[in-house]
Design a protein around this ligand. Structure first.
Ligand code: 4AD
Ligand code: MG
Length: 432
């Protein structure tokens, strides 16, 4: 009988059967009479057991000559095995080598970060990197499922834009034939237009910031999910954020147990991430910092050490709301009771991961918006279409942006965002 081609991820359906797998060799040990082949196929890892007395001498030799990352088809019978991490093993009856790999640069030992980053295209094959990328994909899925279930419609904003959303200092400039164009910093302004057309919308895509910051939280190219909601005020905006974030964390705890184990993530902190989340105002946060002995004056923006200090007082993500108008973007609506602060929030993750979400209620008054354009020295011409949204049935509306990579870093417990995205674009790194 010809065995069926399957994957390691589906192996539990084939116990007792003879199957064929397309695999790469991860590692090999031999006792002289038995070879233990650690095999991976992207969906998982399985140990193949080859007994010398049960295969032809050629097959035995071929297996013995396999180098790390050699590609092959392997045939054998699937067996349940409690001692194996995957729960299964394969008794190997035959192999078909596709390619014997050249000496693999990423040997099974410790390497420096820059070396690994230069070999990112190979590094992603490791169990740890695979687990991170699996969790990343599952976070995206959980967010989209949740938003779709809540009646949001996916809308795709442009990547090439004529104007800025988050300030003009970190724009990526490019020529657009004879015009100037910028890579998008955020889809928000377009999502506001979409919300006036479809009610509750979200976008998911890459965004760009030419930031000269070299920190463990900053990427030049990162992915954002950006919901925008008509007729939703600041208060309701916070409730939607905490429900979405709690859903995502609980979904990953349920569906990515194996991956979290590979990452050795302590999940007890994640278990606590359930709505509602604590909230403090910017003013309260300033008091908290001063009380803890950190110098900080009203009107400044929080840096990473401040955010970490604030987060330490809570065991869940915490919302900081009502920032001074001067620290935030032009489109945020002032608090009607206190015009020196805006109706905004930053959601700070626990354990020092910093701001994962930024959101606000948007200015809906055309006159105030015009004032803001002047104050921020933004050309009204480029934003004429955005002004139209305040002329033709302006409504209260709010939205937020969740930074995917910081969320992945937090949920996976990583100390740098460079591992959260397949091919990170960072200050001084455009390769591979
Ligand atoms: O706070 P930000 O700049 O907000 C906006 O862009 C809004 N227009 C979003 C909206 O309301 N629709 O960015 C949102 C999130 C941050 O909280 C952070 O998680 C992430 O995007 N982020 C970055 N992640 C990685 N590298 C960077 N350089 C980032 N800048 C922001
Ligand atoms: Mg922000």
């Amino acid at each position: 009988v010809r065995s069926v081609l399957t994957t390691i991820g589906n192996i539990s359906a084939h116990v007792g059967e003879k199957v064929k797998l397309g695999v790469w060799l991860y590692n090999r040990r031999s006792s002289g009479k038995i070879q233990f082949l650690q095999l991976r196929d992207g969906t998982g890892m399985i140990q193949g057991v080859m007994v010398k007395s049960q295969v032809s001498p050629e097959t035995w030799e071929q297996a013995a000559d396999l180098t790390q990352e050699s590609s092959l088809y392997i045939e054998g019978t699937v067996r349940e095995d409690e001692r194996s991490p995957s729960g299964f093993e394969m008794d190997v009856t035959g192999i078909e080598v596709i390619q014997t790999a050249e000496e693999y640069p990423i040997a099974l030992k410790e390497h420096g970060v820059e070396f690994l980053m230069d070999h990112r295209h190979l590094w992603i094959r490791s169990p740890r990197q695979r687990s991170i990328l699996r969790i990343r994909a599952e976070i995206i899925r959980a967010m989209q499922d949740w938003l779709n279930g809540e009646g949001f419609t996916l809308v795709d904003p442009p990547v090439l834009t004529p104007s800025s959303c988050e300030g003009t200092t970190n724009l990526f400039h490019t020529k657009y034939f004879d015009e100037d164009a910028y890579l998008t910093q955020s889809g928000q302004l377009y999502m506001e237009a979409a919300a006036m057309a479809l009610g509750r919308v979200y976008s998911f895509g890459p965004t760009f910031r030419a930031e000269k910051s070299k920190t463990r939280r900053h990427l030049i190219e990162f992915w954002m999910i950006e919901p925008e909601m008509a007729f939703v005020d600041h208060e309701e905006n916070l409730r939607i954020q905490e429900r979405m974030v709690a859903h995502v964390v609980q979904h990953i705890l349920q569906h990515c147990r194996d991956e979290l184990k590979v990452l050795k993530r302590d999940t007890s902190a994640l278990e606590k991430v359930k709505a509602p989340f604590p909230r403090i105002t910017y003013d309260e946060a300033v008091h908290l910092l001063n009380r803890e002995g950190m110098e900080f004056s009203w009107g400044e923006d929080f840096g990473a050490p401040h955010e970490t200090k604030i987060a330490e007082s809570f065991d869940k993500p915490v919302f900081i709301t009502h920032y001074p108008t001067g620290t935030k973007a032009f489109y945020m609506k002032p608090d009607p009771e206190r015009s020196e602060v805006v109706l905004c929030d930053d959601l700070i993750a626990p354990e020092g991961y910093g701001e994962v979400v930024g959101g606000s209620q948007r200015i809906d008054d055309p006159r105030l918006l015009e004032e803001r354009f002047q104050q921020h020295q933004l050309s009204q011409e480029a934003y004429e279409w955005y002004m139209d949204l305040r002329k033709y049935g302006s409504v209260p509306h709010s939205g937020f942006g969740l930074g995917l990579e910081r969320t992945v870093a937090w949920i996976c417990g990583l100390d740098h965002v460079r591992e959260t995205i397949p091919f990170p674009r960072m200050l001084n790194r455009l390769y591979p």
